[in-house]
Design a protein around this ligand. Structure first.
Ligand SMILES: CC(C)(COP(=O)(O)OP(=O)(O)OC[C@H]1O[C@@H](n2cnc3c(N)ncnc32)[C@H](O)[C@@H]1OP(=O)(O)O)[C@@H](O)C(=O)NCCC(=O)NCCS
Length: 172
């Protein structure tokens, strides 16, 4: 069993090592990185999985993003991911434990809807993420429609047509 702790308890270099091991060093070109370009991850919705000795074996980060609708309005969203577990520790329940933590925390806080690019066979099966509400969404890079997933945590409807991007504060 892993222990789940806030990600900001872990050094940045250790987090980067887990991400490189899970995704490879060329991971920065992925569309998910472009969606949250320039944003910092949200400490209250980002988690680490530790082994019995306190070693870092998994990371999950969440980011403030938005869907810019056709009329220019912005629908705030929280992008979950990357979800990463060290290759030799995968399939041990660590990904599920980190995802359980972020979904439970988001529900408890009634946050903005969660979204991610990921496998529906995993994120749909365990937490109910689906691509049904994201068909009108575009992203600043290639992606598979079926892997663009969303989950409302407070019952609000999602949907909409627009372009995903970082949640840049617009000054009044
Ligand atoms: C995907 C990942 C986060 C899952 O975490 P994990 O700790 O290895 O997996 P868990 O132990 O929590 O879950 C295992 C279960 O989920 C299933 N599962 C895991 N990854 C899956 C996937 N990509 N698609 C479908 N099912 C998957 C397993 O078959 C297993 O099911 P079972 O319990 O019926 O046997 C992890 O394998 C990983 O880091 N992979 C490489 C990076 C990646 O692809 N990240 C996701 C994109 S953000």
């Amino acid at each position: 069993m892993s222990m789940i702790v806030p990600l900001d308890s872990q050094p940045d270099a250790a987090i980067e090592r887990v991400l490189d091991a899970a995704f490879g060093p060329d991971r920065h070109g992925r569309t998910a990185y472009a969606i949250r370009d320039g944003m910092s991850w949200l400490p209250e919705l980002s988690f680490a999985a530790l082994d019995e000795d306190g070693g870092l074996i998994g990371t999950l980060q969440s980011w403030p993003v938005a869907l810019v609708l056709e009329d220019g309005a912005r629908m705030p969203l929280i992008m979950v991911g990357p979800v990463a577990v060290l290759p030799d520790r995968q399939m041990g329940g660590h990904g599920r434990a980190m995802m359980d933590a972020v979904v439970a925390t988001a529900r408890a806080r009634a946050t903005e809807p969660l979204m991610m690019i990921g496998d529906p066979e995993y994120y749909g099966r365990f937490w109910g993420f689906g691509a049904g509400d994201t068909w009108g969404w575009d992203a600043p890079g290639p992606f598979e429609k079926r892997r663009l997933l969303a989950l409302s945590v407070d019952g609000r409807s999602i949907g909409g047509t627009g372009m995903l991007g970082p949640r840049i504060a617009v000054s009044a």
